[in-house]
Design a protein around this ligand. Structure first.
Ligand code: PLP
Length: 343
């Protein structure tokens, strides 16, 4: 299938370096090409590396729009600071997006099902195996075309409660986009897939009771139906990643008149609520998959269906509200979009 996530990249990339002596270099636009790295590169050995993931969409009039780049830049800086990496200034982050989009926006076809996924990366590039923060860093920005989730049918996924491993701990790095958060999740993910589910539900590491995230997506729960519907999402307690999509869903829910609260929800509440019908929908959200409904939950010997086991009305309304902003069919809140004119 063409446009498989993260497989084939656009023609260019933007790079910059940071050193103790010089600070940030100017940004360079060049062809997408292999890097030349010392075998002693700090980022490879000790994982001093952070990233972002954001999308650009083609609007009806041909312009390209980046979704919430200022918020992604702020999170990129927060991630960097947590890993003792010098943060990239916001204006440099935005300039890098402009440079790459000016060069590569023709790679994004005029097809509303496709978007451009932008991947900023910042890693320690110094060749030195001392256990201390590196003295040189490389920033780069690459992009690939990806399939949006534009069809009218949205398949609900089966998920598995992860009981063996933890994704994040209090005081750790779970609240930032640090490269080292992802590989430790692979075993749990493989196990979930072996058992016929798509993703792992991460619980809090201390009590293994509170629901935190689904794979690398944030979770929302709907209680009630119709005008009584309300949304619940776990609070940003420091062990979940504060998603920009999560924040966007909260803003759009408010626009739709659906109240949202950030409050803890346990696995028991999820199971009980699904069985007694008070919990009517659940969905996950993130930049890559936008909004993904949860239909069935597996937990050891137990399993339960959420609502009707398919995308519910609140989930679909929020997904449509988000897609309408991406495609320019609905006005975005101030400051959400950065427009790059067709070159
Ligand atoms: C990136 C990410 C998310 C989603 O964040 P968005 O800004 O909405 O893309 C959620 N959880 C984890 C662990 C992530 O890495």
């Amino acid at each position: 299938m063409p446009h498989e996530f993260g497989e084939s990249f656009t023609r260019h990339m933007v790079t910059a370096e940071w050193s103790v002596e010089e600070g940030w270099s100017t940004l360079r636009l060049g062809p997408f090409a292999d890097l030349s790295l010392s075998p002693a590169t700090v980022g490879l050995h000790y994982g001093q590396s952070v990233f972002e993931g954001l999308k650009a969409y083609r609007r009806g009039d041909g312009a390209v729009e980046v979704f919430r780049p200022v918020d992604h830049s702020a999170r990129f800086a927060r991630s960097a600071e947590r890993l003792a990496i010098p943060p990239l200034p916001d204006e440099v982050f935005l300039e890098a997006l402009d440079l790459l989009l000016a060069a590569d926006q023709e790679d994004l076809p005029d097809d509303p099902a496709l978007s451009l996924y932008l991947r900023p990366l910042l890693f320690a590039s110094e060749a030195n195996l001392a256990l201390r923060p590196a003295r040189t860093y490389t920033f780069l920005l690459i992009a690939f075309v990806t399939r949006g989730f534009f069809s009218d049918t949205v398949d609900a996924v089966t998920v598995r409660i992860g009981r063996e491993y933890s994704r994040a701990v209090s005081g750790g790095t779970g609240d930032v986009k640090f490269g080292g958060n992802y590989a430790p999740a692979y075993l749990a993910q493989e196990q979930a897939v072996r058992e016929g589910s798509r993703q792992v539900v991460w619980l809090d590491a201390a009590e293994r009771r509170w629901v935190e995230e689904l794979g690398a997506m944030n979770l929302f729960f709907v209680f009630g139906t119709g005008s009584e519907a309300r949304l619940v999402t776990p609070p940003c307690s420091g062990t979940l990643l504060p998603g920009i999509t999560r924040d966007s869903v909260m803003v759009l829910a408010d626009r739709l008149g659906v109240p949202v609260t950030e409050e803890g929800i346990t696995v028991d509440q999820w199971r009980q609520g699904s069985r007694d019908g008070s919990l009517t929908e659940a969905f996950a959200c993130g930049t890559a998959a936008v909004v993904t409904p949860v239909g069935l939950v597996l937990d050891g010997e137990e399993s339960w269906q959420v609502g009707a086991g398919k995308a519910g009305p609140v989930t679909l309304a929020l997904r449509d509200a988000l897609l309408d902003i991406h495609t320019g069919r609905a006005p975005a809140p101030d400051g959400w979009l950065r427009t790059v004119a067709r070159g």
